[in-house]
Ligand binder design. Structure first.
Ligand code: ZN
Ligand code: ZN
Length: 362
């Protein structure tokens, strides 16, 4: 893998200059990982156009040296990250106007900036690093592809052991074990296993409901590899499907296919969303598709860009997005089919491959 941290820091540095801020305090751990490689859970990063300082605590002394190397000056802070921050900012005399990540700072910590940090001027900043992260390089795309393969291999391993009479939680447990066995570092989010009427809840957690014959079984889960996430959904049927189940499933499958193959760099997020939505509406199921088509994926499971009817941003080459149309009918059930798609300049590349037919679990 190519070490691209210096390129990323150079890009950030020119953004700091454009924003006319002397320094940026980063508190998003995903942004800190992207810029420095540090994967610990406690850190502040201070970037000026020419310097980079990472503050963490004693627990990470060895790890931070291994992961960060000489890309940043590291400070192990015994009291608190904030005490470290004040000391550090004082040591850089030219710093007056300091940006902070307004999407990643608790109000309590913002108040610290105004009280203990009152000798500096503070300016909220949005998406300075997220915007860089939106365009993935080939190594990042490979990591997401591998995270996708871990997820689909884990599902293939889980599939034969699913049967009517298991609870959703039991199925989630088998899947979580399979994800670990396949090499997932952690679950990017708790797997959704939703059966029968619960499959109509787009964000159901696994419950103690017993899966019965005739149910839809919707499984939405992901894997993590090298810090990068995948996010996959498949819907199965317990036993032989009814004509109505086949009909709804077919519409979602075709909407997924149309959107995943027709999405292009240069479209807006809204135009991409419309690829699936207009088809689902045309088939008479528009009311059942109440969420947006998809989201960017990378170091975080939800990141830029959004594929939604309100998203005006233009899709860029190198983005990776989910395509996840669904149709939900309260009390009856729901179907969602979700894949991760790399938007290359030459067209979409689907990164998650597992049957998109309605598989029957006997
Ligand atoms: Zn998902
Ligand atoms: Zn998703």
């Amino acid at each position: 893998m190519t070490d691209r941290r210096r390129e990323r820091l150079a890009a950030l540095s020119s953004r700091l200059s454009a924003e006319k801020i002397d320094a940026l305090v980063l508190s998003s751990l995903a942004n800190i990982r992207y810029l420095t490689g540090f994967s610990g859970s406690s850190a502040l990063l201070i970037a000026t156009p020419s310097e980079l300082h990472l503050i963490t605590d004693f627990r990470y002394e060895t790890q931070v040296a291994d992961e960060v190397g000489d890309i940043a000056q590291v400070r192990i802070e015994p009291v608190s990250l904030w005490t470290g921050l004040w000391g550090l900012l004082q040591s850089i005399p030219s710093v007056e106007l300091v940006g902070f990540e307004s999407a990643h700072l608790l109000h309590r910590d913002f108040q610290r900036l105004l009280s203990q940090g009152s000798r500096w001027q503070w300016r909220p900043q949005l998406n300075l690093v997220e915007d860089l992260r939106e365009t993935k390089d080939e190594d990042e795309i490979t990591l997401i592809l591998e995270a996708g393969a871990i997820a689909t291999n884990a599902l293939a391993r889980t599939f034969p052991s699913i049967h009517a009479g298991m609870t959703e939680l039991e199925i989630a447990g088998v899947l979580e074990k399979a994800l670990r066995d396949e090499g997932s570092e952690e679950a990017p989010f708790p797997p959704i296993v939703a059966s029968g009427p619960r499959s109509a809840l787009p964000h159901a957690r696994a419950s103690s409901r017993v899966v019965e014959k005739g149910d839809f079984l919707l499984i939405d889960f992901g894997a993590q590899h090298g810090g990068y996430c995948s996010d996959v959904t498949r819907t199965f049927v317990m036993g032989v499907p009814t004509a109505e189940q086949c009909d709804v499933f077919g519409v979602v499958r075709d909407a997924n296919h149309i959107a995943a193959h027709s999405i292009r760099v240069g479209m807006t997020g809204a135009q991409a969303d419309a690829l699936a939505r207009s088809y689902i509406e045309h088939c008479g199921h528009g009311e059942g598709f109440g969420h947006s088509l998809g989201h960017g994926i990378g170091l975080e499971v939800h990141e830029a860009p959004r594929l939604a009817s309100t998203a005006k941003v233009v899709l860029r080459a190198g983005s990776v997005v989910t395509i996840e149309p669904g149709i939900y009918r309260p009390g009856w059930g729901g179907v969602r089919i979700e894949d991760d798609v790399h938007l290359s300049a030459n067209g979409p590349q689907i990164l998650t491959n597992f049957s998109r037919e309605l598989l029957e679990i006997v």
